[in-house]
Design a protein around this ligand. Structure first.
Ligand code: SF4
Ligand code: SF4
Length: 145
């Protein structure tokens, strides 16, 4: 009888204490602050430089400068955070919370509103040769003095 006593004590204790598990998915999971969940982009700051694509070890990111899109294959991403570190505009972040599972691999794509700067207008051509000549004349006149 004495051997059941510790077990009985534990049962009674558990009856009156909070459950050790959560009622997922009915109770949303709270992730620790530094959880490496998935990569997110603030597309408004992206300049389509492609640095993230070139620095991603498994090649999970694709940047299309012509089509103005940024894509990530989350199934290839290993949450190393290297792209976040390398982005010159700091528009990538690793958000707590895991990606949704899926039966097939797919890429998540966003359209980037970035407009590349237009090439600067060419400076106006120097005025006609007369003014150059005039300038040369002025120099020679100065030297002569
Ligand atoms: S976190 Fe790492 S693996 Fe994932 S997209 Fe960024 S560089 Fe690639
Ligand atoms: S997310 Fe950052 S590194 Fe990647 S293309 Fe945009 S600006 Fe460049």
């Amino acid at each position: 009888m004495g051997q059941f006593l510790p077990f009985t004590k534990q049962v009674i204790k558990n009856l009156f204490s909070e459950p050790a598990t959560t009622q997922y998915p009915f109770v949303p999971r709270e992730y620790p602050e530094r959880t490496r969940g998935h990569v997110d982009i603030n597309k408004d700051n992206c300049i389509l430089c492609g640095m993230c694509m070139r620095s991603c070890p498994p090649g999970a990111i694709t940047v299309d400068r012509v089509g103005k899109t940024w894509s990530i294959n989350r199934f290839d991403c290993v949450q190393c955070g290297y792209c976040v570190e390398k982005c010159p505009k700091k528009c990538l972040s690793i958000t707590p919370g895991y990606q949704e599972p899926g039966p097939e691999k797919f890429s998540y794509t966003v359209e980037v509103p970035y407009e590349p700067p237009k090439p600067a207008a060419k400076p106006a051509a120097p005025a006609a040769a007369t003014s150059v000549t005039e300038g040369a004349k002025a120099v020679s006149e100065t030297k002569a003095e």
